[in-house]
Structures are given as structure tokens and as C-alpha cells.
Design a protein around this ligand. Structure first.
Ligand code: AP5
Ligand code: MG
Length: 215
């Protein structure tokens, strides 16, 4: 099963993807995480991507397509994968169609203001990528990841003005993907404003019913 989780910044893609990938034994591919790791390790890719990430802009399509194509060739993707943060433009989606098959695209629905509020107070685990929020989704122990025990960090692009820019870019370049995937009957919406556990349950129910249909 090859999935895409779509939604604006802060809609909960990372939160749901890491759990869903574990439940369904899918490779979780977060392009944002790949880029942040490249920035951390000061690689050539990281140096190129840093400016785009910190100004809320998209890294050029050609760079992203090459990264994802290479990642999808890895052995752990053979039994299925979950893309979190890719594709983000129609061109990326078209290129993805050219080299793999996508079974389903799930769009998380959350209003812009809620996204801004969530991101203003988000903490991220640099170890496993889980995200927390002191208001809605606090870690059990302050500043420590429930899952892997790493100390939580703040992301550099979560300043409110950068978040606004990321949301503008989402509306202009990424939201058209909803119609793109709707046209081929592969899009499902999920309410992203419920509690994370409830959203996960809804996603699991939906995927299980789809898997039965695909068999
Ligand atoms: P990326 O890392 O993909 O960031 P994003 O899409 O902006 O999304 P976020 O990670 O900010 O939010 P999320 O939807 O994962 O929400 P989360 O689960 O964390 O990309 C970063 C940058 O990399 C881009 O701006 C771009 O520069 C570049 N990039 C990446 N991919 C690219 C591509 N394909 N092409 C070009 N450039 C690319 O949750 C957010 C917060 O809300 C957390 O605090 C969480 O705890 C909380 N929360 C989650 N669910 C709930 C809930 N149900 N109720 C209440 N709170 C919740
Ligand atoms: Mg994310």
C-alpha cells in the first residue's frame, strides 16, 4: 500500500504518519525530515535547502524529485510507503506518477488559524520525529520524547511570520493537488481537528476498509 498524507503545515501530517507507518508497516518518508537531516549534517543538499526552508519557500522540484525517487528505490519501500510532505506541487505529483503507483491520498482538514497556533508551540523530537504540543498534545515528561527519550527541540521555521509564508505557499502550490488526486478518485478527506488518537483510529478504519476492497 502506497500512501500520501496531504495537508497544510501544522495539520498533523508528521504526527499521524509516524503512527500510521508503524501500524501498517510502511516506510515513512518525510521530505521535510530528510532536508532537516541534510541541514544538520551540513551536506551539499543541506546547504542548498537551508535558505528555502528558513524562508518558508519550497526547495526546487528537481532536487526533491531526485531525493524521493532514490528513496523509493530502497528495500524498505517494497512492501509499501507513506509519503509525508511530498508531492507539494503538480509537477512533483506528475513525476511521482511516472515512477511509482499511489493507491490513496489522504488530506487532513484543519483551518489556517489552528495550524498557526499549533506550530507556534510545537516541539519536535530530533530522534524519531514525533511532534508534541504543550496545549493539545504534551509529552508525558516535560521536553522529553515519550517514544525515544530524546530532548525535544523547536523547529527553525516555526516563527509565526515564516508559518504564514509556508501557509501561503501551501495554498498557491500544494492545495491544487487536492483536485489533481480527486480527478483520479484517489482522494479521501479526514477531519484533522479531532484528538490525535481519534484521527489515527479514523485513518486506520478507512485504510482497513480500503485494503479489503483492494484485495
Ligand atoms: P515539512 O517538514 O514537510 O513541514 P510542513 O508541511 O510545513 O508541515 P509540518 O511538519 O510543519 O506540520 P505537520 O503537518 O507535519 O504537523 P505536525 O504533525 O508536526 O517541510 C518543511 C520545509 O521543507 C518546507 O517548508 C519546504 O521548505 C521543505 N520541503 C519539504 N518537502 C518538500 C517538497 N516536497 N518540496 C519542496 N520543499 C519541501 O503537527 C503540528 C503541531 O500540532 C504539533 O505540535 C503536534 O503535536 C500538534 N498536533 C498534531 N495533531 C494534532 C491534533 N489532532 N490536535 C491538536 N494538536 C495536534
Ligand atoms: Mg511534518
Amino acid at each position: 500500500m502506497n500512501l500520501i498524507l496531504l495537508g497544510p503545515p501544522g495539520s498533523g501530517k508528521g504526527t499521524q504518519s509516524s503512527r500510521l507507518a508503524k501500524e501498517f508497516k510502511l516506510a515513512h518518508i518525510s521530505t521535510g525530515e530528510i532536508l532537516r537531516e541534510a541541514v544538520r549534517s551540513k551536506s551539499y543538499l543541506g546547504e542548498k535547502a537551508n535558505h528555502y526552508i528558513h524562508t518558508g519557500q519550497l526547495v526546487p522540484d528537481e532536487v526533491m524529485i531526485e531525493i524521493v525517487q532514490e528513496r523509493l528505490n530502497a528495500l524498505d519501500c517494497k512492501e509499501g510507503f507513506l509519503l509525508d510532505g511530498f508531492p507539494r506541487t503538480i509537477h512533483q505529483a506528475e513525476m511521482l506518477e511516472a515512477f511509482t503507483r499511489i493507491h490513496l491520498v489522504v488530506a487532513l482538514k484543519v483551518e489556517e488559524e489552528e495550524c498557526v497556533q499549533r506550530l507556534a508551540s510545537r516541539k519536535t523530537c530530533p530522534g524519531c520525529g514525533l511532534t508534541y504540543n504543550p496545549v493539545n498534545h504534551p509529552p508525558k515528561k516535560e521536553n522529553v520524547c515519550d517514544q525515544c527519550g530524546a530532548v525535544l527541540i523547536l523547529r527553525g521555521d516555526d516563527k509565526p511570520e515564516t508559518v504564514r509564508e509556508r501557509l501561503k505557499v501551501y495554498v498557491k502550490l500544494t492545495a491544487p493537488l487536492i483536485e489533481y488526486y480527486q480527478r483520479t478518485g484517489r482522494l479521501e478527506f479526514v477531519d484533522g481537528t479531532l484528538a490525535p488518537d481519534k484521527i489515527l483510529q479514523n485513518l486506520k478504519n478507512m485504510l482497513q476498509s480500503k485494503i479489503l476492497l483492494w484485495k
